[in-house]
Design a protein around this ligand. Structure first.
Ligand SMILES: *Cc1c(COP(=O)(O)O)cnc(C)c1O
Length: 492
């Protein structure tokens, strides 16, 4: 199987080449030329999550052996990394609604599902491509990605990782998670400014050809752990197929029964993986795209107009505070089959911040997707109500999805069994969850974890509880103009 770029389908790459490059040189995203068919679900049911992962990924990665992929899956999703044998368990909330929990990994957010796997895929790809340099991963993070990438790449041979976060732009817990990071190949630095400043700084380093030459002479090559890398999308396809098998095994559905899936969406990576699973043959009826007040995707799915010219809101679900959803480009390519058409839309987007898709694409989008959004007040309301009624505690991102699913059901009378995708532990967003419970006097630092435990009777995940005793290793702060110096000091 070969991979092509969304903006130029004439050049074909192997999986290993697509994963090593990350982003295509024409600015497009890599995707497989054709999607494989779903494996036999009956055979997947008795398998462990790790076996399901190796089986599904093998369909896409012809240049990797089954034994290699099984080894990566065993390491990435093993018991030292995930606090639950099911890895991505499905919890029944009520008879027609289940929650797919994607936060049992080392950083307690769904980014672990992909970022525990990516280091294996990336380093193996480099070996297969004959690349002998050490790869240095540069990440600008607004919170969850940085920590998940640090955990994924820590002490992985032939890699280094350096994470930049906005000095005053992440929560106390998120900051503590990063500055206490262990590992001999890791670095963390605060940037004076906001997330965009950190992101722009990293992009500038990537596009500085002269600087890349200097690094190459020292034996380093830069790479990114961004959600646009195919090596991050692929591991996410696995859990949708796995969840369907779990619903079958529990008797919640019968083979072939359709389900709806509601995903809290930011960069469109997670929901795109579900779209691919559907195209492979998984019986998914509607993909419900849930947004917070930054509802650019809600509008796009309803109208076919993508327009980022709108106010940006900071919400209680910060990992979805995004106005440019990069992975949408892959969907557009899939629906148009035309690199030329995608190039046109992306050109409009960069020139005017807006594009409108053709009637054909609009119809195809509406056939597959539904959409909705919900504000902070309703999000917190949902957290409190679901906890009171069902004893289930959800984080803000999950609550956005749950609320949007209720709205969808009320508006359409479609009561197909549904899966709500849960992307973070509630303990990652203690302040908002406590506010939802009506607790206004909140402890600072790690004290807030215990406070949420006391209020809800739920235990904090071990990796978060352990933060209390951890040594702070990284105190560096840089002006955004001096970020290159931080890289140079690390790659001396
Ligand atoms: C990253 C993230 C999302 C958004 O996922 P996308 O793949 O970018 O759509 C949602 N929730 C949480 C907790 C996240 O960390």
């Amino acid at each position: 199987m070969y991979y092509v770029s969304t903006r130029d389908a004439s050049v074909r790459y192997t999986a290993a080449q697509a994963i090593e490059q990350g982003l295509s040189r024409d600015g497009g995203l890599f995707l497989p030329e054709a999607l494989p068919r779903l494996p036999d679900l009956e055979k997947l049911i008795p398998m462990t999550y790790q076996q399901r992962a190796a089986t599904v990924m093998k369909l896409f990665l012809e240049d990797f052996t089954e034994a290699e992929l099984q080894e990566y899956a065993d390491k990435a999703y093993g018991p030292e990394k995930f606090d639950c044998a099911a890895v991505a368990p499905v919890e029944a909330l009520h008879c027609k609604t289940s929650v797919l929990e994607l936060w049992h990994g080392p950083t307690c957010a769904f980014k672990d599902m992909a970022l525990q796997m990516l280091p294996y895929l990336l380093t193996a790809s480099m070996k297969k491509n004959g690349e002998e340099k050490t790869v240095c991963i540069l990440v600008a993070t607004s919170g969850d990605t940085g920590k998940a990438a640090l955990e994924g790449f820590r002490d992985v041979e032939h890699t280094k990782i350096l994470v930049f976060y906005p000095k005053d732009g992440v929560s106390d817990i998120q900051k503590l998670q990063m500055v206490t990071q262990e590992g001999g190949n890791v670095g963390v630095c605060a940037v004076v400014g906001n997330f965009d400043d950190a992101q722009t700084g990293v992009k500038r380093i990537f596009s500085d050809a002269a600087y890349r030459d200097i690094l190459a002479q020292k034996g380093y090559v830069l790479s990114s752990a961004n959600s646009i890398n195919w090596g991050r999308v692929l591991p996410q396809i696995v859990y949708y197929i796995s969840a369907y098998c779990d619903l079958l095994a529990k008797g919640s559905i019968r083979m072939g029964d359709p389900i709806n899936v509601c995903v809290p969406t930011g960069n469109f990576g997670n929901i795109l993986a579900c779209y691919y699973a559907k195209k492979m043959g998984l019986p998914v009826k509607k993909l419900i795209c849930a947004s917070n007040a930054n509802n650019v995707l809600t509008d796009f799915i309803r109208t076919g107009v993508y327009d980022r010219n709108r106010p940006f809101y900071q919400t209680t679900s910060p990992s979805m505070d995004i106005l440019i959803s990069s992975n949408l480009e892959r969907l557009l390519y899939d629906l148009t089959g035309s690199d030329q058409e995608v190039r046109g839309y992306m050109q409009d987007l960069s020139q005017t911040g807006r594009y409108e898709v053709s009637e054909t694409v609009k119809e195809a989008v509406r056939a597959n997707f539904a959409s909705g959004f919900c504000d902070d007040a309703r999000t917190l309301n949902t957290i409190e109500k679901v906890f009171r009624d069902r004893g289930y505690l959800m984080d803000t991102h999950t609550a956005v999805a749950y609320t949007v699913l209720q709205d969808y059901r009320a508006a359409t009378a479609d009561d197909t069994p549904a899966l709500v995708v849960s992307t973070a532990s509630p303990f990652k967003f203690c302040d908002s969850v406590l506010s939802a419970m009506g607790v206004t006097e909140q402890k600072s630092g790690t004290g807030i974890l215990e406070q949420l435990s006391q209020v809800t009777g739920k235990a904090a995940p071990k990796p978060l509880a352990a933060l209390a005793g951890k040594e702070i290793r990284f105190t560096g702060v840089t002006e955004k103009e001096a970020m290159t110096d931080v890289v140079s000091r690390m790659l001396r």
